[in-house]
Design a protein around this ligand. Sequence first.
Ligand code: PEP
Ligand code: MG
Length: 593
Amino acid sequence: MKKVRKKKPEEIILKGIGVSPGVAVGPLYRVDLEEAPLSERELLPEEIPAEILRFEAGIIETRRQINAIQGNVRRAIGDYDANIFDVHKMVLDDGAFIEEAIRKIQVERKNAEAAVRLVANRYSEALSLVEDEYLRERVADVKDVARRVFRNLAGRKSHMLDGLHERSIVVAPDLAPSETASLRKDMVVGFATDMGSSTSHTAIMARALGIPAVVGLGDITARVSSGEMVLMDGTEGIVILHPSGSSLRKYGKLAAARKMIQSGLSHLRDQPAETLDGCRKILSANIELVDEVGAVKKCGAEGVGLFRSEYLYITRNELPTEEEQLAAYREVASLLAPAPVIIRTVDLGGDKFASAVKMPQEINPFLGFRAIRFCLAQPEIFKTQLRAILRASAFGKVRMMYPMISNVDEVVRANTLLEECRKELRKRRVAFDEALEVGVMIEIPSAALTADLIARHVSFFSIGTNDLVQYTLAVDRVNDRVAHLYEPTHPAVLKLIKHTIEAGHNRNIWVGICGQMAGDPVLTPLLIGLGIDELSMAPASVPVVKTIIRSITGEQARVLAAQALMAGSAAEVMDHCRKLIAAVAPEILELVR
Ligand code: PEP
Ligand code: MG
């Protein structure tokens, strides 16, 4: 978190990462840091090794979070305030604390939560008895650390928004994608969090709901109380505590100006996404919820290029049945018909977890048991979804794609299960589209580099740049400490995109992009110049991306792509991209900052 400037003593401007655009003003609602009752139990002997690993993972994650917060505070306010967190780290690094907790798990068969509570209580009691006032005050730090560990052990289970009774800006340490999905849009006008990054699924969900959001603010929860007035701008990524009259006026005007630019774009709805020299592209929308189909039609997209089906799984306690999934897919397909919808098979794991599915707690969940890996290991869960998608294809133009493909074998195995489902449905005489097109997401470097081999088994590619950037640059997409290294225009990423497009075109299949890069208007000419056929993005981005396409020539795009492929850094590429936008549609820069 960075303190940008301090106009009057009472106005504080905090800088984070803007992940969902828009200005919001209102009273603040701070998510209560008190946790739900702890689940404590006695372990079976065979559960002990896994519980120790779970405990250690909870400690590692807590240490990571505290380091991140401390770094932010140091950059923003200075060493003095940042040193407060040294005490938190001392607790976590205290060998005696850790050993005592592990002993409680190993010898007394306590689960991790119970072990941490018992040891933290003993420490707190001992500290509260000492004479030294400074040490006595450290009780609060021990409790704070223990609370963070509990939260991490619980896998960031739900925060209580029950106390929210008026339209507010929610401030929380972090929100899981499922929590964001269940925010009530009529009550939550914006949200701001300590943690987070722009391609996390929490951010994606905020954009889907149209809720302005700023994440990665460091320690905002520690600085505010419920009821205070705040102003936030999700485009610039700032939160202003106790905004002055002039800030309120300034951001009010900015919001009105942006609205005017946006509404000036609405006449494009029925116009094609075509360059000045007649090069036609497809613009599609990404959706997370069935309810978003209305927005897709309104924004002028030509269908849905990515329906993230996992929200059917993570916002509930049981797995969705075939019939329930069919109802959702069928509604989307029939409302959009004849326009297509690409349903992505479920991408659980990473930062999205379903309560109904037991998934192991992993140290590196983005490199672990995620998406197609989970589906191939759970063929019954997977086939239930495949049958629902096939059946929905009788009601509109349905396509399907597999996420997180890393090799040809996974595609072949998934297609084999799909073929089994087709046979079952034929036997039951249930209708489906025999010509349903199946594609894959290219979001792992190994898939991009072997796209020529994968292309033999599929009808299209959709490049998932959110993950492709993460895996190519080894930058965790939800870790705000390394967010500055998350560079979509890194030359390595551009080369992989180019390679994938060429491999697809050599086999006569179309290639799209459905990651966040597709909706960034500054990057539109570059992606067109690289040869992309389709761009799929949040519905709100479609008009602005279409404006850019209609303002450039194919030649300008190709020249830009050639420059970019020769550039030495992500910043240099961005520079070329911005220059072109400033030349052809300067007003658009106001919308992206
Ligand atoms: C991507 O990785 O770019 C993508 C579109 O999928 P998700 O963001 O859901 O991982
Ligand atoms: Mg992905």
